[in-house]
Design a protein around this ligand. Structure first.
Ligand code: AMP
Ligand code: MG
Length: 408
């Protein structure tokens, strides 16, 4: 059986970035650029006041706190035809272009306006040129390479792109991910379960995990545990970039998902990983057919925590790869943290255990929570992530430094 790290390496090798596509700036949050970008403009596009105050000539301030003649006013969004001559000043607001003749701005708080004779007295001397002025192109010059390919678009990057006038961009797009729950026992959330039935917990959970990963969820409802229903719904799922199934991958009589997938030409890459929860996880791909792209399929074990953990570890890694990330940025983030109390790890399967995370005087600490295993989704509600306990039959002592995987 593969280890988690071996399986992750396989996922990273097998899953490739989607074809770059044009997207609106408004839909590009969190995506990676698939192009580099050269600035078409200077920023700011003109010498700009960065304080409310008075536009002045620094030469009027040499060894003196001058009283200058007020000549007019400029506000942001307007260009003045007035020229500041020696002995003159113009009132200026933040964001307004510096008028001709002026080379500095003195902030409002250091001045006193005499309205009667329209003069301004300054309480400062020997100012430098460019005081409170951002020069044309100081922030960004036309021709600068401002973005390299694969830059992640956070709010500030989107703002810079907007400033440069890029309303659409070439990005690694959001994968469309179909979610199919399987099981004869499942009913939709709106329905009351009959004898032996339960509601479909996993669909909404996986849909939200997909959304958090930056991809587009496409819920397909429930497939029953028979070949015909599985086959027809899996075929619909395979029209998306990725298909995630929950349930039907263990060793039960009606765990038909792997064989139905094989019958639809989705080749198994791995099945079963040395981990808990999530051991029966299935991963496979279908080669491109016609003009379509490679389809990636995960069969997650149906127990809700197994589904959730396998998504966090394997599916998110695959989605990050599809969205253009290098391998190093695709594998799950882990943090070293100290155990706050003893924890007995039974058995020999590496176990992801729900923990509460805290920072105490700069030190990362995790507290293992009460949890009853892969069907205990409620037990994960107080958790911030999971700690990995991998030493077989071992008592981890408080203070032991362990790998912590945050859920985000
Ligand atoms: P399976 O992996 O199909 O053997 O299912 C394992 C366990 O998870 C069983 O107890 C199922 O009833 C439960 N289960 C499967 N799918 C779901 C689901 N979508 N929502 C909640 N529980 C599920
Ligand atoms: Mg089942």
């Amino acid at each position: 059986m593969l280890t988690v790290d071996e399986a992750l390496q396989i996922v990273c090798e097998r899953v490739e970035p989607l074809e770059p596509a044009k997207r609106y700036l408004l839909d590009a949050q969190g995506l990676l650029l698939a192009q580099s970008i050269v600035s078409p403009l200077n920023s700011p596009p003109f010498d700009k006041a960065c304080m409310d105050g008075y536009a002045v000539r620094s030469s009027d301030f040499v060894g003196a706190k001058p009283v200058l003649k007020l000549k007019g006013e400029i506000t942001a969004g307007h260009v003045s035809t007035l020229i500041v001559e020696a002995g003159e000043t113009i009132r200026i607001m933040t964001g307004a272009p510096l008028p001709q003749g002026a080379d500095a701005v003195v902030q409002h708080e250091l001045t006193e306006l005499n309205e009667a004779d329209e003069t301004v007295a300054f309480k400062i001397e020997d100012i430098r040129a460019n005081l409170n002025v951002i020069g044309c192109g100081d922030i960004m010059r036309e021709g600068d390479i401002v973005f390299v390919e694969r830059t992640r678009l956070r709010p500030q990057e989107l703002g810079v792109l907007a400033e440069m006038g890029f309303a659409t961009l070439s990005v690694y797009p959001r994968p469309r991910v179909a979610v199919l729950a399987t099981g004869d026992e499942l009913v939709p959330v709106e329905e009351t379960p009959g004898p032996g039935q339960i509601r479909n917990t996993n669909e909404i959970m996986l849909v939200e995990q997909i959304r958090q990963a930056g991809a587009i969820p496409v819920p397909l409802g429930i497939a029953r545990d028979n070949r015909e229903d599985l086959q027809s719904k899996i075929e619909v799922g395979l029209q998306h970039d990725m298909l995630i199934l929950s349930g039907g991958v263990s060793a039960g009589k009606l765990d038909l998902v792997p064989s139905v997938l094989e019958s639809l030409a989705v080749g198994e890459i791995f099945h079963r990983i040395q981990m808990k929860p999530g051991k029966p996880v299935w991963f496979g791909q279908r080669a491109p057919q016609d003009a379509s792209s490679t389809k990636t399929v995960f069969g997650l074990p149906g127990n809700p925590v197994s589904s959730m953990v396998c998504f966090e570890i394997f599916v998110k890694t695959a989605l990050r790869r599809m969205m253009g990330n290098e391998v190093a940025n695709s594998v799950p983030e882990k943090v070293c943290a100290k155990l706050t109390e003893d924890h007995l790890h039974k058995g020999d399967r590496p176990t992801f255990w729900p923990v509460k995370f805290e920072l105490v005087e700069g030190e990362a600490r995790v507290k293992p929570l009460e949890w009853r295993g892969s069907s205990d989704l409620r037990g994960t509600m107080r958790a911030d992530g999971m700690a990995l306990f991998s030493k077989p039959d071992f008592v981890y002592k408080a203070g032991f430094v362990i790998n912590y995987f945050p859920w985000k």
